[in-house]
Design a binder for this molecule. Structure first.
Ligand code: OAD
Length: 249
């Protein structure tokens, strides 16, 4: 793909870069996306049925087992060249913030430092009743297991539909999106709020906004550049063009 030279100049000269990632960046690590037909997790399961507090209340076992299945997939996954490219960009740029909707922890595993996990992390657990982190629990015969403190259910420490995002994480994400001079929206369908509004805030504040996605999204026509293709191939090309000496893959 031809990477626009203006984008490369902007990246090299940029003081503040913010990046928003979604499930598409982890697709090539073997973690299925949410909304893509056939391969998406939610082609088989409806998110409304599984990722809500009501679902957990109605059928805690189903929701627990679904998350256990996803957790296993994530445990076997490794970061791909797209995750690694973002690590290199963070090393090069003065002020870098990575905002992710992903709960898979692959950015951290790749080596990214400043990560804002908007939707939590699937490898962490919390008490469904007390909303406090749980580090250890006995995986006895009961599914889901019980909180050792209060006997409530253990649940994944992720944000479900209808739940609030962590306020300080969200505030930091808005600040990064509103103050950057270059914003990337990578592998996200740009449908789920509040993340979907962040690239628009960047545009309002005159940032260059670059979308990388296999397909058109509702945001594509608003982007400065909408690059169509896989994140794992386009991001390394961008890094190579900006800093040819720093290729690690
Ligand atoms: P989606 O599954 O909605 O969208 C994935 C996007 O990635 C789509 O636009 C694909 O076209 C694109 N894509 C797929 N493979 C790609 C690749 N190799 N390179 C580039 N793009 C690729 O995932 P999200 O936008 O992350 O929230 O979904 C946002 C939130 O909706 C999730 O965090 C989750 C879900 O409901 C909660 O669970 C609260």
């Amino acid at each position: 793909m031809e990477i626009p030279s203006h984008l490369i100049e902007q990246l090299r000269g940029s003081k503040r870069v913010a990046v928003l990632t979604g499930a598409g960046i982890s697709a090539e690590s073997g973690v299925p996306t949410f909304r893509d037909a056939q391969t998406g997790l939610w082609a088989k399961y409806s998110p409304q049925e599984l990722a809500t507090p009501k679902a957990f209340k109605d059928n805690p076992r189903l929701v627990w087992e679904w998350y256990e299945w996803r957790r296993e997939l994530v445990t076997r996954a490794n970061p791909n060249p797209a995750h690694i490219s973002l690590v290199i960009i963070e090393e090069k740029v003065e002020n870098f913030t990575l905002i992710t909707q992903n709960v898979d922890g692959l950015h951290k595993m790749a080596g990214s430092q400043k990560i804002l996990e908007l939707h939590g992390n699937i490898m962490r657990y919390k008490c469904a009743d007390e909303n406090i982190p749980i580090r250890e629990f006995s995986a006895g015969s009961e599914v889901p297991p019980r909180c050792p403190n209060c006997g409530g259910y253990v649940r994944p420490d992720v944000v479900w539909f209808g739940e609030n995002l962590d306020e300080s994480v969200l505030k930091a994400a808005w600040e990064a999106a509103g103050s950057c001079d270059l914003f990337f929206s990578i592998g996200t369908s740009a449908l789920v709020q509040p993340a979907a509004s962040m690239p628009y805030l960047a545009i309002e504040n005159r940032a260059m906004v670059v979308e990388i996605n296999l397909t058109e999204t509702p945001f594509s026509t608003s982007a400065t550049y909408s690059l169509k293709g896989s994140a794992a191939s386009i991001l390394p090309e961008i890094v190579k063009a900006a800093w040819p000496e720093s290729i690690k893959f």
